[in-house]
Every structure is written in C-alpha cells, then in structure tokens.
Design a protein around this ligand. Structure first.
Ligand SMILES: Nc1ncnc2c1ncn2[C@@H]1O[C@H](COP(=O)(O)OP(=O)(O)OP(=O)(O)O)[C@@H](O)[C@H]1O
Ligand SMILES: [Mg+2]
Length: 418
C-alpha cells in the first residue's frame, strides 16, 4: 500500500518502516509538495531530523525547490547529534554540494563553523514594510498607535519611511504631525524602537545590491537555498528576515504564476517552491496569521506554486483554519492535550489515533497522516546516518578511493557501449 522508493511512476521517498515490519513506508513527494505540510512533536523528539530527511528526499527526487530558513544552523551544514559522545550529522550542502546554496545573515559565524563558500546576505530598511514590523510588534514592544503612525509615515515617504523616520529631529516630527495628523509621542516612540533594527548584523540603511533577487535567481536555476542566521537567531531577527524575504519571493511567484496562466506555456511554469520555517506558530497564530505572508501562503494552497513546510513543537498555537489546510502531518510524540487536538483538526476519525500519538517512543517514531500517504501510519523513522548518506547523497568522488573511482568509470564506459 505504501509503495516503493524505486517506483518509476511516482516520486516516492521512504520515510521509515512500520513498527513491526521490514518494508518501507513511502511518501508520495509530488502530492506532498503541492500542499503545505507540518512536522510536529515536542522538544527533542526528532523534528529537525525528520525535516532533514524530507528535504533530502525532495532534493534527490527533484520534487520541488527548497527555501529553508535555518534558524538554528542545522540544515545547511553540520548539525550536532545528541548522544553519549559528541557527534555530528551532515547538512544538505554536504550531501548535495552542487545543488544547495547557503546564504548567511552572519558570515563570521558561518565561517567559524567551517562553511567555505556561503553567500553573504544583507537586507535594507527600504525593504521593510509595515506588515513586517507588525509581525514583530511584541519583540519591539510597539503600541497600536505606533503602528498606525507607521502607516502614515509609509504613505508619506514610501519605501524610504524607516530611513526618513530615523533621521528626523524632534522639530521635524512635530511639523510632520501638524501637517499629516500624526501623533508626536507615538512617532517618537516608534523612532526610538526602530533604532534597534540597526543592531541587527544583516540590516543596512541602504544596500548596493538586491540580495533577494539573487536568491530568486538561485531558486529559478533549481538550486535549493538555505538561509543561516548564526548569532542573528533571536525572534526579532529571525521573524523579520523570514517574513521580509518570503514576502518578496511570494510576490515574484504570484507574477510568474499569473504569466504562466496566461501563456499556458510549459516553459513559463514556475518551479514548485517549498518554504521551510521553524517555530511556525509564531507566524501562524490566530492573532498574526492575517498579517503575515505565511498565512496567505497556507490558505491559498497550491495556486501560486508555493507551499510551506512548518516545523513546530506547539501545534495548538497555530490557527485552526491554517491547521486544516496542512495536507500531510508528520507528528512525533506530543503530551499536551491541546497540541494533540490540533493535529487532528479537520481529520475525521481522529479520536482513535489520539491514543496512538501519546504512546509513541520519544525518539525516531512518528505518526504520518494526510494527503501524501494512503492511510494514517506509524513509522520508525529512517535513520539519518552513513547508510542514508550513501543512499541519498550525490557521490563525492574526491572522498572515494582511486579503486572505487576507476571501477565506477569502467561501469559507466560499459553502459555507454565502449
Ligand atoms: N531519524 C533519525 N536518525 C538518527 N537520529 C535521530 C533521528 N531522529 C531523531 N534522532 C535523534 O534524536 C535527537 C533529537 O532530534 P531533533 O534534534 O531532530 O529533535 P527536535 O524535535 O528537532 O528538537 P528541538 O525541539 O529541540 O529542536 C537527535 O539529536 C538524534 O540523536
Ligand atoms: Mg529541532
């Protein structure tokens, strides 16, 4: 029922095995990427490992192109693995060197970790919209009044609203308020608080290059993009950059999708894009979901060829309507009743599965249900180890012995009929 990985008619990926049998459980990746999906489970149950497995599958089978917001620097390059001894596992760039590009918002940290050719990535004030600021209103401690005044500033100054505001003197603010009916104390508070943006390493008042266009070019060329945050992974920094970049990339996809609808020319068809975000409930809780690009993407489904892979330890924090749009849910152990309820939002017959979820092992077990599997199933997650690397990764010829390389060359020649 769950198919085989080498099925020529499907892009199947073996995510694990049933608890009591030695056969693969496959996810149909084409069905997987056409809807938004979620990886859930409480802390330390294997969400990041499951996500890394899924991403490897999508890359290997070319089911979509990935944009990954790698909050904890664990997908692109090496990640630490828990255990008695210190050990690390390989990141996507190591497994697929020619297909994955790392961009970093903290170049010195990325370099320290031994990543050699990461692209630097800077953002500028003129790329920030009021909606990006609304998302981080708690982090910046902004009042409703400050946000309303931000809109007045934005209407007046356009893209330059933040640089204008930061350069205004008190007298200028006073004059502005008299003319445009702004509120002086709110604007001064806004100015004071937005000054914190200058502390973000990757934020520049102006940028000579548009780095987001560069990411778009990478994606259009079929490269998978991992964005590392390094020391810039606090919530303010993570949420701001993630929303801002995704918003622009989505805008571009909407244009491309509309063009494709008009021409119906297969060469105009945008590549399916999967955006991976950690701490997803921060972007998708009921209070913010209407303001963030992620709410839009989750609700519009496959229309514009962009879907989400949300990773979260607190699914009950995610808006119900968004949760019911999540096509495939891959869930490791959860204890909290509310979180368990959230997983079964919009699933008929969920009751009998509830007990299954609370009884999973605390590691390497998960319940998979939804669009990409024929029926709900519990798996022992595929081990992410040396065996997996050789099964999934691109062959790194420089690491192989001469004998192995020559043997492979002979085989290849025979294939070609020499
Ligand atoms: N498929 C797997 N293969 C090998 N090891 C695994 C696998 N899944 C989980 N583990 C083990 O479980 C540990 C915890 O997994 P992981 O880091 O993915 O948890 P998490 O749910 O992302 O935690 P957090 O909420 O803290 O981010 C790993 O360090 C690893 O030792
Ligand atoms: Mg994790």
């Amino acid at each position: 029922v769950f198919g085989w990985e080498d099925d020529p008619h499907r892009r199947n990926f073996a995510i694990g095995q049933p608890l009591d049998m030695d056969v693969p459980i496959c996810i149909d990746l084409d069905r997987f990427v056409e809807r938004s999906n979620g990886v859930f489970g409480k802390s330390g149950t294997g969400k990041s490992f499951l996500t890394r497995l899924l991403l490897c599958g999508i890359i290997r089978k070319q089911a979509a192109v990935n944009l990954i917001f790698d909050m904890h620097s664990e997908y692109g390059w090496e990640a630490v693995r828990e255990g008695k001894q210190f050990s690390t596992v390989k990141g996507l760039r190591q497994l697929f060197p020619s297909q994955v590009q790392i961009y970093t918002l903290d170049p010195s940290s990325t370099k320290r970790r031994g990543v050699r050719d990461a692209q630097e990535l800077y953002l500028s004030y003129d790329q920030i919209d009021v909606e990006d600021i609304m998302l981080v209103r708690d982090e910046l401690n902004l009042s409703e009044a400050s946000l309303e005044n931000a809109i007045i500033l934005r209407n007046e100054f356009g893209d330059a609203w933040i640089s204008q505001l930061l350069s205004m003197t008190n007298e200028e603010i006073q004059m502005f308020c008299e003319e445009k009916r702004g509120n002086k104390s709110s604007i001064m508070a806004l100015q004071r608080k937005l000054n914190r943006l200058g502390e973000l390493k990757y934020m520049r008042p102006v940028c000579p290059r548009n780095y987001i266009s560069q990411i778009l070019e990478s994606l259009a060329a079929g490269k998978h993009v991992v964005i590392e945050f390094g020391s810039q992974s606090n919530m303010l920094s993570y949420m701001l950059a993630t929303n801002l970049i995704s918003r622009r990339i989505h805008q571009h996809y909407v244009l491309k999708a509309e063009q494709f609808l008009q021409t119906k020319n297969p060469s105009d068809r945008p590549r399916q894009l999967v955006i991976t975000i950690e701490e997803a409930h921060r972007f998708l809780d009921s209070a913010t979901v209407r303001q963030t690009i992620f709410g839009t993407i989750a609700r519009e489904m496959r229309k514009y060829f962009v879907t989400l892979l949300v990773v979260d330890q607190r699914p009950s924090g995610i808006d119900n309507e968004v949760m019911s749009q999540v096509g495939t849910r891959i869930t490791a152990l959860l204890n909290d009743e509310k979180d368990i309820d959230a997983i079964f939002t919009g699933v008929s017959g969920g009751q009998s599965l509830r007990s299954v979820l609370a009884k999973l092992d605390s590691k390497q077990q998960a319940l998979i249900l939804g669009h990409a599997v024929p029926m709900p199933v519990v798996v022992r997650t595929r081990p992410y180890d040396e065996t997996f690397y050789t099964e999934i990764g691109d062959v790194a010829w420089e690491e192989k012995s001469d004998a192995e390389v020559f043997a492979a060359a002979e085989l290849a020649k025979m294939d070609l009929g020499f």
